[in-house]
Write a protein that binds this ligand. Sequence first.
Ligand SMILES: Cc1cc2nc3c(=O)[nH]c(=O)nc-3n(C[C@H](O)[C@H](O)[C@H](O)COP(=O)(O)O)c2cc1C
Length: 191
Amino acid sequence: MKVLGISGSPRSGGNTELLIQTALKELESEGLETEFISLADREIRPCDGCAACVGMNPPACVQDDPGFEGIIDAFREADGILVGSPVYFGSATPQTMALLDRVGYVSYRNDKFLRHKVGAAIVVARRAGQNFTFAQLNYFFLINEMFVPGSTYWNIAIGKEKGEVASDEEGMQTVKNLAGNMAFLLRKLHA
Ligand SMILES: Cc1cc2nc3c(=O)[nH]c(=O)nc-3n(C[C@H](O)[C@H](O)[C@H](O)COP(=O)(O)O)c2cc1C
């Protein structure tokens, strides 16, 4: 079984990457395969609403930006999806939403390949907006018929400068517990 971890921060080596990597490491220790994608390395255009993906065979996005290359396959191949985003003015980053809009629409309007995968959000901010952004990302999982595991708190953490989130002990532990629960759920689903 495989889990794909996406960091939706445009800042490489930042808090979102650290949180996603922490969760992936935990999943690996549970015997799961993982893949990590950082949107700091990729420029992904937003969905332009052309709807050309509707009915396409195989389902794909017609925009040809290199940053999006391989993304649909990575989602298709994964049994679990972890999406991390920093809070930007109370919301997920545009990078995160550009990715989710395009993957989500290709899936939703075609063969619904996201259906029955496990999805979880991880959110970090300096001070506020985590809960809203956490809900925002969960809306994506839920409309796509995905299963969402919980943790010992909502999967939110606190940090501003790069790496600062490591000192949010509860946030780090919440993410590790989330990963454990994700592995548990995946094992039950694929038993
Ligand atoms: C454009 C922008 C908007 C931000 N908006 C918020 C916000 O609404 N609330 C907050 O607490 N922190 C906000 N922050 C701080 C980031 O969420 C915080 O630094 C986070 O740790 C960045 O994650 P990263 O290291 O993964 O990039 C903002 C940062 C930027 C650059």
